[in-house]
Design a protein around this ligand. Structure first.
Ligand SMILES: CC(C)(COP(=O)(O)OP(=O)(O)OC[C@H]1O[C@@H](n2cnc3c(N)ncnc32)[C@H](O)[C@@H]1OP(=O)(O)O)[C@@H](O)C(=O)NCCC(=O)NCCS
Length: 289
């Protein structure tokens, strides 16, 4: 077996990771080809068998954050999987240790991951941090603004979304991701219930869904964040209540705070004091990785 890191320049090796993640999680990150390619800061660590199959992987990537108004150099970990026939031999432990050592040498302040197996990462200093969302009545109506529904299947729309994501304003001064372009695009692909609307007046991409009379605001990628009332007037929802999945400090609206129960726990390590003091906050579902 061959250990390789930083192998995305090799097309066949990237495809082998696509296959590993599809076989393990039934998600197709090969869609990134159409969406602009894998993130330039991705640092994969993997083992390959003699036929070139990727049998184990764990990746790190740079994910700068805003925490309480301060820009923080953070590293995210993702794409962790080992093929069933290779499990229980310490391959994942080896890859985690390599990735964590790389991140330490790079001098990241904070590490972050999402997992349904927190016990896997606790020995390495990761702690689960609660996430909170915000619910309440709809804000009073604003004047209707122009708005167009986008399709993640349409190349021109993808180019528009990318161009906004490249220099987006953090959706919150309390907690926000800054980059996360590939994650935003992939999450929009993976979940067909997510609607993407463009408000040209703000050059804002609104990620949202409507369910059972509730408007769910998942994220806003924009050079200038619109108020929630403007968003609602633009997308023309008939919902009676709002649920917001990002901190609301820039939205001109506050809601009741409730624990967010996602399928995965958010875990953090490193210089996390500011983050633990910050609650309530959450990572947008479009930023999940
Ligand atoms: C979880 C997974 C990556 C572990 O891979 P692996 O190569 O069998 O793991 P290792 O043999 O290197 O074990 C590493 C450590 O994790 C522990 N571990 C393994 N599976 C675990 C689990 N499901 N929950 C908690 N700890 C686990 C091992 O006991 C070992 O602990 P040790 O270092 O104290 O001895 C693998 O089972 C897998 O791919 N599962 C499906 C995908 C998945 O869940 N990925 C993780 C997403 S966050």
């Amino acid at each position: 077996m061959q250990f390789r890191s930083d192998y995305f320049g090799d097309r066949a090796a990237f495809q082998a990771l696509v296959d590993l993640l599809f076989d393990t999680f039934e998600i197709d990150i090969g869609q990134l080809d159409r969406l602009g390619g894998p993130g330039p800061t991705s640092m994969p660590f993997g083992y390959f068998d003699e036929t070139g199959r990727c049998v184990a992987n764990f990746s790190a990537f740079s994910t700068p954050l805003i925490i309480d108004g301060r820009r923080v150099r953070a590293v995210g970990y993702q794409s962790g999987a080992v093929r069933p026939e290779y499990r229980g031999r310490g391959l994942y432990r080896d890859l985690m240790q390599r990735a964590f050592a790389w991140a330490k040498a790079e001098g990241f302040e904070l590490g972050m991951l999402l997992t349904d197996k927190p016990g896997l990462y606790e020995p390495y200093g990761f702690r689960v941090i609660e996430q909170h969302m915000f619910r309440g009545p709809m804000p009073a109506g604003a004047t209707a603004l122009p708005c167009r529904q986008l399709s993640i299947e349409n190349d021109a729309d993808v180019a528009l979304i990318r161009s906004v994501l490249v220099d987006r304003m953090p959706v919150s001064e309390r907690f926000a991701v800054i980059g996360h372009i590939e994650e935003f695009l992939l999450n929009a692909c993976f979940d067909p219930s997510i609607r993407l609307s463009h408000m040209p007046d703000h050059d804002a991409i609104i990620a949202w869904r409507e369910e059972a009379g509730t408007f769910h605001l998942l994220d806003i990628a924009s050079r200038e964040i619109p108020l929630l009332a403007q968003v609602i007037a633009a997308v023309q929802t008939r919902a009676e209540r709002a649920a917001v999945y990002v901190p609301t400090d820039r939205l001109g609206w506050t809601g009741e705070t409730g624990r967010y129960e996602g399928s995965c726990d958010l875990m953090v390590t490193g210089d996390t004091d500011a983050l633990f003091k910050l609650e309530p906050f959450m990572l947008s579902p479009l930023a999940e990785f």
